[in-house]
Design a protein around this ligand. Structure first.
Ligand code: PHE
Length: 350
């Protein structure tokens, strides 16, 4: 019997040493030490043995049991720490890795991207950025801009009237007088924002965006306007751009000008390298980008009590369409595409 116990013990030890995981170890524990195991059967059978065999067999069986238990415990510990280490290694999280967003991060709409580019240029030139209301009083949208009721120039803009006195602003110019009411001169600011007109075709949308510019100080001239806009044109359209002004008309500027930038497609020549007419500038070499002028003294008179004495200060104003700038830079064929929110279109920009 002790021989059989020796065999059993070494068989168990070999099996335990081979066990690769805790579950296998548990099976071995049941097989070698469980209620139906050979060892348990031997231990139970001791009382039926001849008295002289009971002592040595019992001792040998108990020793075998203890040894197997010890070996099981040691192997379990080894396996468990190995498994823990493996799991720690597998589950390791590198907290220094960047996040993994569930959906690709979006981008700025081409209008907002263009708006920011425009703002950056003017902030760099010392202008502040301000915003104003889109639902506006007739007073700021027209009257204080030198367009009294029934002034024919009101017909230049197809206006959404909300009531006799309230409109959806047709341009960002109403912020000229609003800003001058809020701060005395000098003032250097740009005003980006939405504006509304009853227009809809490939080059007009009923809602669009403008950036107003206003600079009022002592000794400001049309030359300052041209210099500022030249910097702007070069920042947005390339270092070789030039600007020119053509005379125009706005009720709130005197003189008024349209500002053209030399064409960036043909370099101002009007024709392409193959000699054909440049379609972008229609062969003229110049592209119109905005309206501007010297602020009309009549406008300053609305805020004269806040320090805007037209005998002492003067300045320039300009207004540009953000869509037009974006359209020129990116060659967008139809302005309505900007607001259809088709991702295939929008993902090309920004
Ligand atoms: N507000 C004018 C427009 O929308 C543009 C403009 C602004 C012209 C400022 C002169 C000065 O057409």
């Amino acid at each position: 019997m002790p021989d059989r116990l020796d065999d059993l013990r070494s068989e168990a030890e070999a099996a335990i040493a081979q066990a690769g995981d805790v579950a296998t170890l548990e099976d071995l524990r049941v097989r070698y030490l469980g209620r139906k195991s050979e060892l348990t059967t031997i231990l139970r059978g001791i009382r039926d043995l001849p008295p002289e065999e009971r002592g040595p067999t019992g001792q040998a069986a108990n020793e075998a049991r203890q040894t197997i238990e010890q070996v099981l415990d040691m192997r379990r510990e080894a396996l468990e720490s190995g498994e823990l280490e493996r799991r720690l290694a597998e589950d390791r999280v590198d907290v220094t890795l960047p996040g993994d967003p569930p959906w690709p991060v979006g981008r700025l709409h081409v209008i907002n991207a263009t708006r920011r580019d425009i703002e950056d240029v003017f902030v760099g030139l010392g202008f502040d950025v301000a915003e104003g209301p889109e639902v506006e009083y007739d007073y700021y949208n027209f009257e204080a801009l030198n367009m009294p009721p029934a002034h024919p120039a009101r017909a230049m803009q197809d206006t959404f009237y909300l009531s006799q006195q309230v409109v959806l602003r047709t341009h960002t110019s109403p912020m000229q007088v609003r800003a001058m009411e809020l701060q005395p001169p000098p003032i250097y600011m740009v005003v980006p924002g939405r504006v509304y007109r009853r227009d809809s075709d490939a080059t007009h949308t009923p809602m669009f965006h403008q950036v107003e510019g206003l600079a009022i100080d002592e000794d400001i001239t049309l030359g300052d306007l041209v210099g500022v806009l030249r910097e702007f044109a070069r920042a947005l359209f390339g270092p070789d751009r030039d600007v020119k002004v053509r005379s125009s008309y706005f009720p709130f500027t005197e003189p008024s000008v349209e500002v053209d930038v030399s064409c960036f497609a043909c370099g101002g020549k009007g024709h392409l390298p193959d000699g054909s007419r440049d379609p972008l500038c229609k062969g003229s070499g110049w592209i119109e980008i905005l309206g501007a002028g010297m602020v009309d003294p009549n406008v300053l008179r609305f805020v004269e009590t806040n320090g805007y004495d037209p005998e002492r200060v003067q300045g320039f104003a300009f207004g540009m369409g953000i869509e037009r700038i974006a359209f020129l830079r990116h060659g967008i064929p139809d302005l309505r595409m900007l607001f259809e929110n088709d991702l295939r279109m929008l993902e090309q920009f920004g």
